[in-house]
Write a protein that binds this ligand. Sequence first.
Ligand SMILES: Nc1ncnc2c1ncn2[C@@H]1O[C@H](COP(=O)(O)OP(=O)(O)O)[C@@H](O)[C@H]1O
Ligand SMILES: [Mg+2]
Length: 374
Amino acid sequence: MPKKSLLMWDETLFRDPDVFEIDYIPDQFNYRENQMRELSFLLRPGLKGGRPLNAIIKGTPGTGKTTSVRKIFSDLDDIDSMMVPVQVNCQIENTRFSILSEIYKKLTGHGPSAAGNSFKRVFESIAQSMIEQNRVVVVALDDANYLMVENELNKILYILLRSHEAYPGTRVGVIVIISDMEVDLSREIDSRVRSVFSPTEIYFPPYAEAEIFNILRERVLQGFYPGVLPDDMLRIITAHTMAAGDLRVGIDMLKRSALNAEMAAEREISREHIREAYKVSKYVHLQYSLKSLSTEEKDLIKLIAKASKADEQLTTGDLFEVAKKDLKIGYTSFYEMVQKLDSLRLLNLQFKEGRGRTRLINLRYDPDKILLYL
Ligand SMILES: Nc1ncnc2c1ncn2[C@@H]1O[C@H](COP(=O)(O)OP(=O)(O)O)[C@@H](O)[C@H]1O
Ligand SMILES: [Mg+2]
């Protein structure tokens, strides 16, 4: 029997709650030494003012891609070199203008004036600043699959990688980070970009069960007071994390299980607290994707979720009829949004024989859950 002791109202199981936050950078970061060494090697020419080699980082969500790059970039920030690293979260910055603004900000310490400014002008200022300060830039486009709508990825790569043509003396390296394993970048990239890109691919494989266990245990030791989560309970969380295939699910489960235990005024996390936590944590990926949508895209997936509940096989043709009426959108933007939802793995689009451009639409999540998290 787990010992049940009442907690004082202000008592907590968390020694350091930050350890379970999504943007926390762990001190202990194992199992990615090879990938980080390879990436550092590619960037090395930039230290002395040469052009860093380009890279593609590929791996499913929660395999440490973002954190690895952040760690290397923060090391670069700490040393005195000629290379300025800029990591851009493309879920948020998903246009040329906003990506270039991030680079500009990093170089100059302040944002470009927004009024009447174009991406061309911002890039001109970036180039000028690179030449004046004698700096090279390495840009990591994190979660770059968000740029695949409206060909934005090609456009930004073109600007960055051909900068030396428009502004001789400028040198830019690019790291493209992709979480969607089905994306074939070589097919997404057009020939004008391909001739200057030629990236080295670095693969981040999913963690093995023992690795997940050790990573999570590290957090437990740092984040909880001793005895809060026994190893046999951590094994259950590890198994769930393995099944979900995303380390974020495990970290989220640690936090929620402990909150559940606190709520029940217990000092130790039990099987039941974990079971309750999993019901919510298994949707972290869904929540993570929904958060990144625009209002219009949210309205559309809401429409799809409602229509899916009414059953019948949903097709793009039928859905467009509804979307046109309810959301007042044209076919082009409708189809682009549907494709984006597909690339985010929120739904699945399938060809249908003999129906022209119409596709079958299947949601990848329970429509009720989608409506709930919206
Ligand atoms: N090797 C590791 N050691 C410790 N924590 C890790 C490790 N790999 C990933 N994490 C943690 O897992 C979460 C997801 O990692 P992240 O780098 O965002 O993955 P990705 O960018 O591949 O989706 C983050 O909270 C991160 O701190
Ligand atoms: Mg990431």
